[in-house]
Design a protein around this ligand. Structure first.
Ligand code: HPA
Ligand code: ZN
Length: 339
């Protein structure tokens, strides 16, 4: 292991952009297909992995929604979430804020409660089991209507005290944030925090809409902000956190080569960028794989890595006291690593 990889491995960090359905490893997909007697169009784990070649976001989403079809019971959602927590804890994660897509499941007749109960039980047990705290974010699928999103928010009412916020994911192009103005307002009125995917494939205008119309507290991806200098200045001034996903960007052809990845430029421009894995089972890497790949490609220094790890806590929805505690742990670790 290189010095940099060792430094990354021990660095306390948070993950802020992770779709639980995107952490479904082919092995678990197979096991759940068998357990639930669900047919899947693959004969082996190798065949599944070989199918994971994407040329854009939609290519990926088609196979990602198909994969989620094996998730049926409360125990399935528990197992999915527990496996992710165990894996990310091994990467030095101390806190995670994870997305789930209830509409992917309710559309198949799985009750909202089955999904939420399994996930929440694993998140709750994850604190003692793995030393990882967590928050849960409900994502609306943007290719569906705003009415469907509103119905999902209503279905979530009994769980509002266990949800940190709502987000917006799925096919970005043609589905601007403004389409979800009312449901985001309703979520805010219910005390939820707001995030949205914007500027992954969509234009900078979608980022403006996410800020001005939805009133987001955090921006997921945001890569294409760099095409708009005034927007970059605004995001830096407002200390908006960007949840950047390097290996996802590579696999979905948002960048052609990690050497061209904008992460370092974002830091140099004063943006509060973070590193995340998005859908690790599909994009070939968990949290530290993302740190390692982008650090190698962009020759990131220990200082850059410390900034990224600190940003992951500063941009989290933890209390100020908890943020301070994690930042102090990073400073202590970086100090020890130097001496
Ligand atoms: N973008 C949009 N929707 C998603 C993604 C993503 O990277 N992953 C899972 N749903
Ligand atoms: Zn995402």
């Amino acid at each position: 292991m290189s010095d940099r990889a060792k430094f990354i491995a021990g660095l306390p960090k948070a993950e802020l952009h992770l779709h639980l359905e995107g952490s479904l490893e082919p092995e678990l997909m197979f096991a759940l297909a068998r357990r639930n007697k669900v047919e899947i169009p693959f004969k082996s784990v190798e065949e599944i992995r070989a199918a994971y070649r994407f040329s854009n976001l939609q290519d990926f989403l088609d196979i990602y929604y198909q994969g989620a079809n094996v998730l049926r019971t409360e125990q399935d959602f528990f197992d999915l979430t527990d496996a992710y927590l165990k894996r990310v804890a091994a990467d030095g994660a101390r806190h995670v804020e994870v997305f789930f897509d209830p509409q992917t499941h309710t559309a198949r007749g799985i009750p909202f409660a089955v999904v939420a109960d399994g996930i929440l039980r694993a998140l709750s047990e994850g604190v003692a089991r793995y030393g990882v705290t967590s928050k849960l974010i409900l994502c609306f699928l943007r290719h569906l209507s705003e009415e469907d999103a509103l119905a999902t928010l209503i279905a979530a009412e009994p769980y509002l005290d266990r949800l940190a916020g709502v987000g917006l994911d799925s096919s970005e192009r043609g589905h601007p944030p403004s389409k979800f103005r009312n449901v985001f307002e309703a979520a805010r009125e219910r005390g939820l925090l707001l995030v949205a995917h914007a500027g992954e494939e969509g234009p900078p205008e979608y980022i403006h809409e996410a800020l001005d119309i939805l009133g987001i507290d955090r921006l997921d991806h945001g890569n294409r902000a760099l095409e708009d200098a005034a927007l970059v200045r605004r995001l830096a001034h407002e200390k908006m956190t960007l949840t950047v996903c390097p290996l996802s960007n590579l696999k979905l052809c948002v960048v052609t080569d990690l050497k061209q990845h904008p992460l370092k430029r974002m830091l140099d421009l004063g943006l509060r960028a973070t590193v995340n894995s998005d859908d690790p089972a599909y994009f070939g890497g968990y949290l530290n794989d993302n740190y390692n790949a982008v650090a190698e490609a962009l020759d990131l220094s220990h200082d850059d890595l410390v900034t990224l790890a600190k940003n992951s806590f500063l941009g989290s929805f933890l209390s100020e006291a908890d943020k301070a505690k994690h930042i102090a742990a990073i400073d202590a670790y970086a100090g020890r690593a130097q001496s």
